[in-house]
Design a protein around this ligand. Structure first.
Ligand SMILES: [Zn+2]
Length: 319
């Protein structure tokens, strides 16, 4: 039986899975902590260890697919830079894997693969044009049109976290100002919580801060759901910013589905409702009414299953 080995390199966890070529459900998945504070070589070693475990037990490995944070040179399979990691520049993932295992190897942006996973097997099923937005530490995403990832001329599309929603606004990790990521990422949401606490606004967030010494998105979601209006307003504001960004994308791509993923999407309606409101009022009619917005269905394994789908496509198989 031919098999595909897939790796999803995340900011905190790295998933490695093995698929029979005829099934989109992984036979086995292993999860290890990503050594993000170490060097690119250390991260690469973890990836190779994960692949080796499966490779040694397979009959025929048809392909190896790796999802990695960008910006990423897809042709050469080199991660040019990964701001989430401490020392991860020009890491030659593709050539290192090919040199050792000598099978067809493909490297693609992790958020693009998650988009493809949700499109094929999750919340995007049945869609023709889908926009996927992942909101976690940062804001990423992918666009799938008629089964194909939109990769752009050199493979760097799509980066919806860095569309400008606020000229001369907050500084983003990319170095520019006013990006969506600077207003609606998990980090931006937590910064807003710290800001209101330090301003002395009356909120349950203060007790969390006093107790834990920090405030995390899950605390904000929990308190919002239990009636803390300040926490609720922080999430509504983030959702509104996401809605503003997505309205522009609706106008450009006329998607039938928008799927929201990533840890912050666990806020559910608190985030989805303001997104829907903004699209309804800011995107052009009738496109504003032709799109549905929902949370991811596959969740954390979307990237891995998208890697499988991408591997099949690259090998020339029908999805
Ligand atoms: Zn940016």
């Amino acid at each position: 039986m031919k098999e595909i080995i897939c790796v999803d390199l995340g900011g905190t966890k790295t998933r490695c899975g093995i698929f029979d070529i005829a099934s989109s459900i992984p036979k086995h998945v292993s999860i290890v902590a990503t050594p993000r504070h170490k060097t690119g070589e250390d991260v690469l070693t973890k990836i190779l260890d994960g692949i080796r475990t499966y490779f040694e037990g397979t009959d025929v490995t048809a392909a190896i697919v790796v999802g990695a944070p960008g910006p990423l040179d897809i042709e050469k399979g080199i991660v040019i830079d990964a701001p989430l990691f401490q020392n991860f520049h020009n890491v030659p993932i593709l050539s290192t894997i090919q040199d050792e295992f000598k099978v067809p190897t493909f490297v693609q942006n992790d958020a693009n693969l998650a988009a493809l996973g949700e499109y094929k097997y999750g919340a995007g099923a049945g869609s023709t044009t889908m926009i996927y937005l992942t909101v976690s530490t940062g804001v990423g995403g992918g666009i799938v049109i008629n089964d194909q990832l939109l990769t752009g001329s050199r493979g760097f599309a799509a980066e919806p976290g860095h569309i400008c929603i606020y000229p001369n606004g907050n500084l983003c990790g990319c170095g520019h100002r006013g990006c969506l990521e600077a207003y609606a990422s998990g980090s931006a949401i937590e910064s807003e919580a710290y800001r209101v606490v330090h301003q002395g606004v009356k909120t349950e967030l203060l007790s969390v801060f006093n107790e834990k010494g920090k405030i995390q998105v899950e605390d904000i979601v929990r308190l919002a759901n239990s009636g803390d209006s300040v926490s609720k307003n922080i999430l509504i504001a983030a959702g509104s910013y996401i809605g503003i960004g997505l309205s522009s994308l609706v106008n450009v791509f006329n998607p039938d589905k928008i799927v929201l993923g990533g840890g912050v999407s666990n806020a559910g309606k608190l985030l989805l409702d303001p997104i829907k409101d903004k699209i309804a009022t800011q995107a052009l009619f009738p496109m504003s009414e032709q799109v549905t917005v929902s949370s991811w269905v596959i969740g954390d394994e979307a990237g891995l299953r998208g890697a499988y789908a991408y591997g099949l496509q690259q090998l020339g198989n029908e999805l």
